[in-house]
Structures are given as structure tokens and as C-alpha cells.
Design a protein around this ligand. Structure first.
Ligand SMILES: Cc1cc2nc3c(=O)[nH]c(=O)nc-3n(C[C@H](O)[C@H](O)[C@H](O)COP(=O)(O)O)c2cc1C
Length: 178
């Protein structure tokens, strides 16, 4: 996409049972997008293929969430997360994403894929203040490690629940609260 997308305050809601799927290469460029992805985000296949996945990055999303995600993926682990994404017209949609390395028969990571489902309103309501705090830390924190500080904020909050990160994410997805 040559033009940056201007966000606007219009939410697109997923249907129950919708699955939004994409695959990327090792660098995070899109190599596959399913029809739901194109339909909900409002992009053609041609607009998505070979583009970096951050073309749908919403500015309300903390950088720290993606830092954590890439650390887990490069270590060969799956990652769960609530994600607010941009549509081509600037609208937004929330998903619960499961991002996974695509490993070949020799055990080498050859790319990644993400399967996203509709999150509950309760889960989104629980996540929004956490992400707002992370974005604030990233915008106003001091020193070179503001993203580390925002990740630390999230990890401290997770630790306070007595669960690990994946458990908290799945719990919020299933029950909408802790
Ligand atoms: C399989 C896969 C799926 C991804 N899905 C999304 C997504 O839906 N939205 C998003 O903003 N970033 C997604 N990313 C992360 C982006 O590659 C990128 O790290 C993120 O948008 C942050 O952009 P930045 O690194 O330019 O700040 C995905 C990455 C992978 C590997």
C-alpha cells in the first residue's frame, strides 16, 4: 500500500465462527490471505500479497505486543493475542489471534501463520486499558528501552494474575474476564 491509512472510529464486527487466516514468509510479508481476511479488512488479494503484515497495523496497538509475539515466534513457540487491526477504509476490527511458526520436516521455521477469531466484548474491554497503558509508556517513557518497559508492564500484570501469558490470553478469550 503506498498511502498510509487514516484510522476512523468505525468498528467492523466479525461473525461468530469467522476465521481470518493469513500466512507470511520469515520476514512477515503476506504470502496467503483467506477470503474472510479480504472481506473484513477490505483488501484485494493483490493488495495484500507480498506486503508486510504491518499494513493493517492499528496505531492503538502497543509495539510491545508485537515485540513479544516475534520473540515467541522466533523461538519456535505459538503466540496468542488480542489485536486491533485496520481495514482499508480506516475502520477497525478486533480479533483473537493464534500465530504459529510453520515448521518444515527438518524442524526449520519456513514462515508463520495466523488464525483469528471473534473475541467477546468483555475480553476486549479487559484488554483496552492494558494496551492504552502500554501505548502511553511507549509514547512518554524515558530512555531507549520504552518498548521493554511496556512489555514489562504487561508481564507484571500477567504475573499478578498467577497465570502465564498464554493462560491469561486463553482465559480471557474463553471467559471474558479473569
Ligand atoms: C503470521 C503473522 C501475522 C501477523 N498478523 C498481524 C496483524 O494481523 N496485524 C498486525 O498489525 N500485525 C501483524 N503481524 C505483525 C507484523 O508483522 C508487525 O510486526 C506488526 O504489525 C508491527 O509492525 P512494526 O514492526 O512495523 O511496528 C503479523 C505477523 C505474522 C508473522
Amino acid at each position: 500500500m503506498s498511502q498510509p491509512i487514516t484510522p476512523r472510529n468505525n468498528e467492523v464486527l466479525l461473525q461468530e465462527g469467522d476465521l481470518i487466516v493469513s500466512k507470511t514468509c520469515l520476514k512477515g510479508n503476506i504470502t496467503y490471505a483467506n477470503r474472510h481476511f479480504m472481506g473484513i479488512a477490505g483488501f484485494s488479494e493483490q493488495q495484500l500479497l507480498n506486503q508486510p503484515h504491518n499494513i493493517i497495523r492499528h496505531p492503538d496497538m502497543p509495539k510491545g505486543v508485537y515485540r513479544m509475539m516475534w520473540q515467541e515466534l522466533r523461538a519456535g513457540h505459538e503466540f496468542f493475542g488480542f489485536v486491533k487491526n485496520l481495514c482499508s477504509d480506516g475502520s477497525f476490527y478486533w480479533v483473537f489471534a493464534n500465530v504459529t511458526p510453520d515448521v518444515d520436516e527438518r524442524g526449520e521455521i519456513r514462515g508463520y501463520y495466523s488464525v483469528r477469531r471473534k473475541p467477546s466484548r468483555e475480553a476486549i474491554a479487559a484488554v483496552i486499558p492494558l494496551y492504552q497503558k502500554m501505548v502511553e509508556i511507549e509514547a512518554t517513557g524515558r530512555g531507549s528501552s520504552v518498548i521493554d518497559q511496556s512489555v514489562q508492564f504487561l508481564q507484571d500484570w500477567v504475573a499478578s494474575t498467577g497465570m502465564d501469558y498464554s493462560q491469561v490470553a486463553l482465559h480471557l478469550y474463553r471467559y471474558g474476564k479473569l
